[in-house]
Design a protein around this ligand. Structure first.
Ligand SMILES: Nc1ncnc2c1ncn2[C@@H]1O[C@H](COP(=O)(O)OP(=O)(O)OP(=O)(O)O)[C@@H](O)[C@H]1O
Length: 357
């Protein structure tokens, strides 16, 4: 292993990480405990208080919601909640709960203290959502037997449990559902320093020799997202193994990332397609998200949930009440000059003049 400036303390931490589990790669790379989780200091501190207090009182903690863009560690956090409580976790997702009966079956099979994790909870069907209200509040479900005027509803007690929900769109959650969560952890994009740690941790687990400059390069191009950091690391490893001696240096990392179309800011082909359509086809905007999605041949939700958060964060795209607008930084990044009257031009007020929605 080639960790040039790794301190002894870091080395200990890295080798402790190396001993975590096996299984599929994503699973292998998932942090298992709260203190193993890199980044998100605010969410970690808040969650620790929620869990510790529940542990001391000997009751299941309040229901927990994690929200934020994909790949920031919401599923990992859900698993950590269960691990920290020493509880079993049952996993499902909003789209899988199409019928209330599916949810009733899951809820009635829970043992006391279990954690039920519902990923993409904003996509849960209405009848299941209504069943969830009662389950979250009173640990009860009403099972409807029969049809038509003769139908009766039988109340069924369920074990006290903790619901952990994850969503990329907390805004689409209905008020009553949102209100039933006692704690919401808002996951933020990671800093480059945090991602550097994520990359080095994964390199240790996967036994990839990467030097410090190279891990920083991969981290800097990972769009603030650990899942992307781990993925880029694996692609860089492939390149190093096939085209070189297996060691990842910064030159190898740069060459590999060029092959995979990841630019210096971490923007991939889709991000650049969005910016190119926005600037070249729509004169910088404003343009609606659906039109933009059609122009790049993607689903509006993919553009909205996967590309947009990072482009907004990188200061390249602004959401205005009239649609999406490319900022001066976006034009510059593509090597283009914004038209004279475009609001993205700094002399026209620049990005700061945009009203965010
Ligand atoms: N803080 C972290 N430290 C190290 N690795 C992390 C961290 N957070 C996430 N990862 C890694 O990133 C990957 C994605 O994490 P996870 O599945 O928890 O994200 P998510 O927010 O649930 O994503 P999605 O909403 O797309 O399912 C996992 O392989 C995990 O190992």
């Amino acid at each position: 292993m080639d960790h040039e400036a790794v301190t002894e303390e870091e080395d200990d931490a890295l080798s402790a990480w190396a001993q975590t589990g096996d299984g599929d790669i994503e699973g292998t790379l998932r942090p298992r405990k709260l203190d193993e989780f890199i980044g998100q200091p605010r969410v970690r501190e808040q969650l620790e208080l929620v869990l510790e207090s529940a542990r001391r009182r000997g009751v299941p903690p309040d229901h927990v919601l994690f929200s934020g863009p994909p790949g920031l560690g919401k599923t990992s956090m859900a698993m950590i909640v269960a691990a920290e409580l020493g509880a079993a976790i049952r996993i499902t997702s909003g789209p899988a709960l199409e019928r209330a009966g599916d949810l009733a079956a899951m809820l009635s099979n829970l043992a006391p203290g279990d954690v039920l994790f519902i990923d993409e909870i904003h996509r849960i069907a209405r009848p299941a959502e209504e069943m969830l209200y009662l389950a979250m509040e009173d640990f009860r479900v009403d099972v409807v037997v029969g049809k038509g005027p003769g139908a009766t509803s039988i109340p069924l007690e369920i074990a006290p449990f903790t619901l952990v929900g994850a969503t990329t769109r907390s805004g689409s959650l209905t008020g009553p559902l949102r209100d039933r969560f006692g704690f919401t952890g808002q996951m933020e994009f990671y800093t480059d320093t945090e991602l550097d740690l994520v990359v080095r941790r994964a390199a240790t687990i996967l036994d990839i020799a990467i030097d410090r400059e190279a891990s920083a390069e991969v981290a800097g191009r990972s769009r603030g997202t650990p899942r992307i950091a781990n993925r880029l690391l694996r692609r860089v490893r492939d390149y190093a193994e096939v085209r070189a001696d297996g060691k990842v240096t910064v030159e190898i990392a740069r060459a590999a990332l060029a092959v995979y179309d990841v630019d210096e800011l971490g923007l991939d082909r889709l991000d650049r397609a969005v910016l190119t359509a926005l600037t070249k086809s729509f004169g910088g905007g404003p343009v609606g998200i659906s039109t933009l999605a059609v122009a790049v041949g993607e689903e509006p939700t993919t553009v909205e949930e996967v590309c947009e958060p990072y482009l907004v964060r990188a200061g390249m795209l602004a959401r205005t009440p009239r649609g999406r607008v490319a900022t001066a930084t976006a034009w510059e990044h593509l090597g283009l000059v914004p038209p004279a009257d475009h609001p993205g031009r700094p002399d026209q007020g620049g990005p700061a003049s945009f009203e965010q929605d």
